[in-house]
Design a protein around this ligand. Structure first.
Ligand SMILES: O=C(O)c1ccc[n+]([C@@H]2O[C@H](COP(=O)([O-])O)[C@@H](O)[C@H]2O)c1
Ligand SMILES: Cc1cc2nc[nH]c2cc1C
Length: 363
């Protein structure tokens, strides 16, 4: 049933540190000193404190180089009619993303973030600029065969890790993983359903907008893939090999390594969050370096977020992928940072605090 040993020694991440607790406490203190009623900025306050803890600085500094890496890959299972679009769209969209014409390019530019596209397993050939890390032409059809060999899985995880290192070494101080791949909500749903012991029908969504007949084919493919992958539930490398793909393995390596490099991440939708669940298994504690950018319309995404104990920043009914939901949330995170850095304190502004102006206690 399995090929290769999937030995954990093949893929080892160092221990992941927690974000800086002292900086978090100092940021919480500073929130109380700013000219606003206590906790009146709601989640924005918590987000600012999280960035301060990740940076180890109070106040936190504005993100200098936020970066999106879009992981593209095809999936054999897309040939089963589980998507509303044909597989050739993946390569076409890689070209569109490289040319700057996709939604994530526009949203990232608006938020001041740069975008890199990488072909991990697109079926056709793509340009040399995006195919440096390419593992193969399409991952296997997970309903009846493994997505990858063991060796391919390890190389894809290492590629994701190398990409995170490259981005951080080039100055990235906030990372987003995005995805592009017709059919990829099928493996995403399989990974999430296996790791959360969820029935396929409770997790399956419409992806790009598949019709009722396609939805039923998708449920069948997911059930078959879960049957094949379930024995590997406790082995993240084997899970990526049987039910993921080169794009998922690379995203998992990227998200785990971002945490190792103490770099905050905004997660995107169901595909990235499925990879994140596996990354948390590869590098326990990595999730402390991630926030969820948005809630995707896919039911499996909500199941994954609950499992990771993440609350999305925005909920706009988006279901695009590419990192688009994450970059939509980026200006909110930037606002949270600016609040801690730029708001006046009560003493600076000469504004009375609640304690000073409250009427004397009656008893
Ligand atoms: O990120 C999400 O939550 C999401 C939800 C639905 C669809 N997508 C995108 O749509 C494609 C996968 O949808 P499908 O129907 O082909 O499995 C892929 O390119 C994803 O980036 C992404
Ligand atoms: C056009 C198109 C763009 C996408 N971007 C992410 N997934 C996508 C799927 C399709 C079909």
């Amino acid at each position: 049933m399995t090929s290769g040993s999937d030995s954990p020694a093949d893929v080892e991440f160092p221990r992941v540190d927690l974000p800086d607790l002292e900086a978090r406490v100092a940021a919480e203190e500073r929130q109380r000193d700013l000219t606003k009623p206590a906790r009146s900025l709601g989640r924005l306050e918590e987000l600012g404190c999280w960035v301060a803890a990740c940076q180890g600085e109070v106040p936190p500094h504005p993100f200098r180089r936020p970066r999106v890496v879009v992981f593209a890959g095809d999936h054999g299972v897309a040939r089963n009619g589980v998507s509303a679009y044909p597989p050739e769209v993946t390569a076409q969209m890689v070209a569109n993303l490289s040319a700057g014409g996709a939604a994530v390019n526009v949203l990232a530019a608006a938020a001041g973030a740069g975008v890199r596209v990488v072909d991990m397993a697109v079926e056709g050939d793509t340009s040399p600029e995006v195919s440096e890390f390419k593992i193969r032409h399409s991952s296997g059809s997970i309903d009846r065969e493994d997505a990858l060999t063991h060796d391919e899985t390890v190389r894809a995880i290492e590629a994701g890790r190398a990409l995170a290192d490259r981005e951080v070494d080039e100055g990235a101080d906030l990372l987003v993983a995005g995805d592009m791949g017709i059919g990829n909500t099928t493996p995403a749903t399989v990974l999430i359903a296996i790791l959360t012991s969820t029935e396929p029908v409770a997790a399956v969504g419409r992806g790009t907008g598949v019709d009722d007949a396609g939805w039923m084919r998708k449920v069948t493919a997911i059930r078959d893939a879960m049957w094949r992958a379930r024995p590997h539930v406790r082995n993240p490398v084997a899970l990526l090999r049987t039910a993921g793909g080169a794009d998922f393995a690379a995203m998992a390596g990227f998200l785990a390594q971002a945490a190792v490099r103490r770099t905050p991440v905004i997660l995107d939708g169901v595909v990235v969050t499925a990879a994140a669940m596996v990354a948390e298994e590869l590098a326990p504690g990595a999730a402390r370096w991630w926030v969820s950018g948005h809630r995707s319309a896919e039911p499996a995404h909500t199941i994954a977020l609950r499992h990771l104990r993440l609350e999305p920043i925005v909920d706009l009914g988006m279901r695009l992928g590419e990192g688009s939901g994450a970059v939509t949330a980026l200006p909110v995170l930037q606002g949270a940072v600016a609040i801690l850095a730029q708001m006046a304190t009560f003493s600076e502004a000469g504004v009375s605090t609640r304690d000073e102006s409250a009427p004397a206690n009656a008893d």
